[in-house]
Design a protein around this ligand. Structure first.
Ligand code: HEM
Length: 216
């Protein structure tokens, strides 16, 4: 299925607006099947969902070239009033090599705040090497939220609008997911085919069990 990326208007902050394709992607490291998009800046965003989940549950993966020192996924397709999964490499060569910071922005001119309504569990495939860093995590609370914009549940949709933001400037304290960081150099908004990454609840649960790490 071909989905067109919607051009955003933030001229100075916006990267190349080429159409990218959302495809089914099988990750051999975790056995997880995601719906995946790789943007023109080389960063991939992948989402796997259980079909018919009674609770907000998702697995996501962000794979970034080392050109970027943080990249975030906005589950509602814009910066404010939706869960943000902001990820970056820690710079450590052993232990936790990449982390997720759970945030929520109430405005455009302040750093997004910590968001306690989403719980993340790291999965296998959270790592960094000489060329890339990546985070693979379960998020309980990213796909359903309430805000001043209303109540949302994107799990029931077959397609939704997502957004990303990336910067080459590292957070102040990269080893901490409560670190401050500065405004992005790029952002993008796209239509994402969620259906391609939906699987039976039993498969989803098995992926979580088989790949689970620590909670954050
Ligand atoms: C210190 C942190 C941040 C600052 C100061 C900041 C600031 C801004 C500003 C000033 C704009 C332009 C607003 C406009 O042109 O109307 C913007 C847009 C945007 N930002 Fe951020 N931002 C930050 C972090 C993030 C993060 C972590 C994400 C996503 C994970 C994000 C996603 C976006 C997106 C998608 C837009 C496009 C407008 C929209 O659709 O909401 N930002 N940001």
């Amino acid at each position: 299925m071909r989905l067109t990326r919607v051009a955003a208007s933030g001229v100075a902050l916006f990267g190349a607006a080429t159409a990218q394709e959302v495809t089914k992607y099988y990750d051999p490291t975790t056995n997880i099947t995601f719906s995946s998009i790789t943007h023109a800046n080389g960063v991939s965003y992948r989402i796997a969902l259980p079909i018919d989940s009674p609770v907000a549950d998702a697995i996501f993966q962000i794979v970034s070239p080392n050109d970027f020192a943080w990249c975030g996924l906005a589950w509602g397709g814009h910066m404010t009033q939706n869960p943000l999964s902001v990820s970056w490499p820690t710079g450590q060569t052993t232990g936790q090599q990449a982390i997720v910071s759970s945030r929520f922005a109430y405005g455009y001119y302040a750093i997004p705040q910590p968001y306690d309504s989403a719980t993340y569990t790291y999965l296998r495939g959270t790592s960094a090497n000489a060329t890339h860093w990546q985070v693979t995590a379960r998020c309980q609370g990213c796909t359903r939220w309430s805000s001043s914009d209303g109540d949302f549940n994107i799990e029931v949709l077959s397609e939704t609008v997502l957004a990303y933001a990336c910067s080459s400037v590292a957070p102040e304290a990269p080893a901490s997911n409560t670190s401050a960081f500065n405004v992005h150099e790029q952002f993008g908004i796209w239509g994402h085919d969620l259906q391609a990454g939906k699987s039976a609840r039993a498969d989803f649960d098995e992926w979580v069990r088989g790949n689970a790490g620590a909670e954050v």
